[in-house]
Structure formats: C-alpha cells, structure tokens
Design a protein around this ligand. Structure first.
Ligand SMILES: [Zn+2]
Ligand SMILES: [Zn+2]
Length: 320
C-alpha cells in the first residue's frame, strides 16, 4: 500500500480514537439524565435540574466545538523569510534572521536560552503564551492543555467555556448527590420498593459523588490559575522573558486576571459565550500597529504582552 494511503488510514483511526473519551462522557451524561428524570423523577427538583443540565451541556458543547485560535498571519514566515532561514545553517545565524523578523512583533517571551521562540512545524514566530499542540498539529494561542475529554485544545478561544464546563458539571454532580442522598439512604435501609429504579438511584449517587470529588479538585486548581493569570503549561514551567523566567509575568492583579478570561461585562460571566472581546481586539491592534519592545519601554512598562500588561493601555492611543 502507498505510504500516503496508510497515513490517511492511520489518521482516520486516530480521529475515531480521539472521540472515544467524548462518547464515554456523553453516554454517562445521557444515562444520568435517564436515571434522574425517568427513574428517580423527583418533580420538585426537575426545573432546577434542567436549568443546570442545559448550562452544563451548553458549556461542554462550546468547549468541544470552539476552534482553538491560531497565531495571526503577521507571525507566519513569508516566502522570502523562509528562503532566508533555509540559507542560514547555523543556530546563531538563524536566530539573527528570526530576531530581525520578530523585531516589529509584540513578543516578549523567549526560550529558556533566550532565543526567539519559533515553531518549525508551522513555520512561524510563536506569539507569547502560544504553544504547538502535537495532537492538533497546530500552534494554539494561550494554550492551556489538550483535553482528551473534549477532544480539543483548551486555550484562548475556549478557556472560559472550559471553566464554566468544570463549574456546571461540578454543580450538576453536587445537585444530584444532594437530592439523591435521601433515596440512597433508603436503599440501604430497605425503604425503597424492589424495582429496577433502586439500582439506578444507587449508581447515580456513586457516580455523581465520585465525579464531584475529581471535578472539585480540577475546578479549584483552574480557579487558582485564572486568578494568577497562568496557563497549566506556565504553572509547570515559568515563562521566560528578556529579564529571565517570571512565573507572575502575565499577572495584572486578581480582578484584571479574572476579566481577561471572563470579560468585562458581568452579565456574560456565567454564560458560555465568548466575552474576552477587549483582549482579542488589543491583541489584533497591537500586532497590526507593530508594537515593539522599544515602544513599550518608552512607556515605562515591564515587558509583557498578549493578554498581559499590554492591557493597561487598552482604550488609550498607544503608539503614534
Ligand atoms: Zn506550531
Ligand atoms: Zn490540541
């Protein structure tokens, strides 16, 4: 068989495999709905249950199907840049070429050795907080991690949805655990009629309480990351700036850190709709205006960038 044929079969198999965890979660959610609404069916709780269920599935859907954002075209190498880079065979000469290319881009992070961050695979200068995902095979803006449970990269475009997914799934599990508790106790004290429903009630309680524990720890961890303005990758390894590694390099204070993810308008905070519009506009504007390190330094700031300290100037005429 031709190598390209076997490659495409391998890719198709991988695509199917990557959807298995999502299918697994969906089956559990569908069963939990059946067990709670049809088998347990506590009428007084059904309205609240459905409100939580809709918010949870909406946030989950948004996390799965929101495409991760890739770097703007300004970060990609032009044809002549690529040729120039190919001509240089030594590391230092290549870095010189990259430095020249990157000088007009709003980039403040470096590799640990102080070099310009470059993605060989996508042929681009990596914006700050951007990382190449080996599963998606793309560079993802403010990449947090690749999540197998949503078969998607969690990053700038869907981090708020991911947070709400964690929050609403935790609320969903806690709600089921709390309202199912009295029937769970009756199950062990033989207070339930001997029907098929009693087993659904028991397993529902076990599943909901177990998921509550794991979701709570994940949710608390990500709340901490949001308030510190760190991604999971940055929590593992501090980003390196010109002045060296700085784990708080992107932090703007609790309130601004929170607003970078959830947006400025409070009415959208609890809804899984994209609301970091100001951050996105600042990113695009700063790239188009060719914000440079020297410009930033003139304004007496520490070098930070995309979704970082650049935000201080949002709404003001930054550079002329
Ligand atoms: Zn890449
Ligand atoms: Zn990915």
């Amino acid at each position: 068989m031709a190598p390209s044929g076997s490659r495409s079969i391998k890719r198709s198999c991988q695509t199917v495999l990557y959807w298995i965890p999502v299918l697994f979660i969906n089956l559990i959610v569908a069963w939990s709905y059946y067990a709670y609404v049809v088998q347990l069916c506590i009428v007084v709780y059904l309205l609240a249950y459905h409100v939580i269920f809709i918010l949870f599935t909406w946030a989950y859907w948004q996390t799965i199907f929101t495409k991760p954002m890739n770097p703007l075209k300004e970060f990609h190498l032009s044809h002549s840049d690529k040729e120039m880079l190919e001509r240089e065979d030594r590391g230092e000469s290549q870095q010189e070429v990259l430095r020249r290319m990157a000088k007009d881009l709003p980039i403040y992070t470096r590799t640990m050795s102080g070099a310009i961050r470059f993605c060989d695979r996508c042929q681009l200068v990596k914006p700050d907080r951007c990382h190449h995902c080996s599963v998606c095979d793309k560079c993802i803006l403010k990449m947090d991690h690749h999540c197998p449970w949503v078969n998607n990269c969690v990053g700038f475009s869907n981090y708020k949805f991911f947070m709400l997914f964690l929050a609403y799934s935790l609320l969903y599990c806690l709600f089921i655990t709390a309202t199912d508790l009295q029937y769970f106790i009756k199950f062990w004290t033989n207070g339930l009629p001997d029907t098929q429903a009693k087993f659904h009630i028991m397993f529902l309680f076990f599943a909901a309480s177990m998921f509550s524990v794991s979701l709570a720890s994940l949710f608390v961890y990500h709340c901490w990351l949001v308030f510190k303005n760190r991604s999971t990758l940055e929590a593992v390894r501090a980003p390196a700036f010109r002045h060296g590694a700085d784990k708080n390099g992107f932090s703007l204070g609790l309130s601004k850190n929170f607003r970078q993810v959830f947006g400025d308008e409070m009415r959208y905070w609890l809804l899984p709709v994209f609301s970091s519009t100001r951050v996105l506009k600042t990113l695009q504007a700063s790239t188009r205006r060719r914000v440079t390190w020297d410009n930033l330094r003139r304004l007496n700031t520490r070098g930070c960038s995309f979704q970082g300290k650049l935000q201080r100037f949002d709404g003001e005429p930054m550079f002329h």
